[in-house]
Ligand binder design. Structure first.
Ligand SMILES: NC(=O)N[C@@H](O)C(=O)O
Ligand code: NI
Length: 161
């Protein structure tokens, strides 16, 4: 097995090179619906490339147990990808910097309840990784032609958590 990767609490600053953190920390950008709803407005950079369009899909993914054997990360060169949990269960987010076309050392984060993420176009990441059932997510990503998936299988898996 490869080296061990610790899990940090997800934070916007640490995650900024990789994507956006979606949460309702702090005051809303605007109050709507007669003051009964806080709108946290336009909080993600969506990108679907020239020929793509936005799609909303639902994922029901098997929860993983920690420590996680991380064998592969992937990226979507043509579009961003948002994972929006439909529960308050934290989930695991793994990303990695790009080092000349291959991923560098991964980083792992645990979301707070109610936090979602939007991965920037081309960000190396582990696949959606729930930590509790039912693992139900809305996913906003690119629908369009061409190959939008590049995988990298590590020579030695990493141990996460
Ligand atoms: N393949 C797919 O739709 N999902 C992955 O991109 C993922 O990041 O989970
Ligand atoms: Ni993906």
């Amino acid at each position: 097995m490869g080296d061990h990767i610790g899990i940090e609490a997800l934070g916007a600053a640490a995650f900024a090179p990789f994507g956006d953190v979606l949460d309702t920390d702090g005051a809303p950008d605007k109050l709507i619906n007669q003051g009964l709803c806080g709108r946290y407005h336009d909080r993600a950079t969506l990108d679907f490339g020239g020929q793509g369009r936005a799609g909303i899909s639902l994922f029901r993914a098997e929860p993983r147990r920690l420590p996680l054997r991380l064998e592969m990360v992937e990226r979507h060169p043509e579009g961003s990808q948002a994972f929006l949990p439909m529960s308050l269960d934290p989930f695991l987010v793994v990303v990695a910097p790009d080092m000349g076309g291959v991923p560098g050392r991964p980083l792992a984060f645990r979301t707070a309840p109610g936090q979602g993420i939007n991965l920037h176009r081309g960000t190396w990441h582990g696949v959606l990784t729930p930590l509790a059932a039912p693992g139900l997510f809305a996913v906003v990503d690119r629908i369009g032609p061409g190959d939008n998936l590049q995988e990298h299988w590590f020579a030695r898996p990493w141990t996460v958590g």
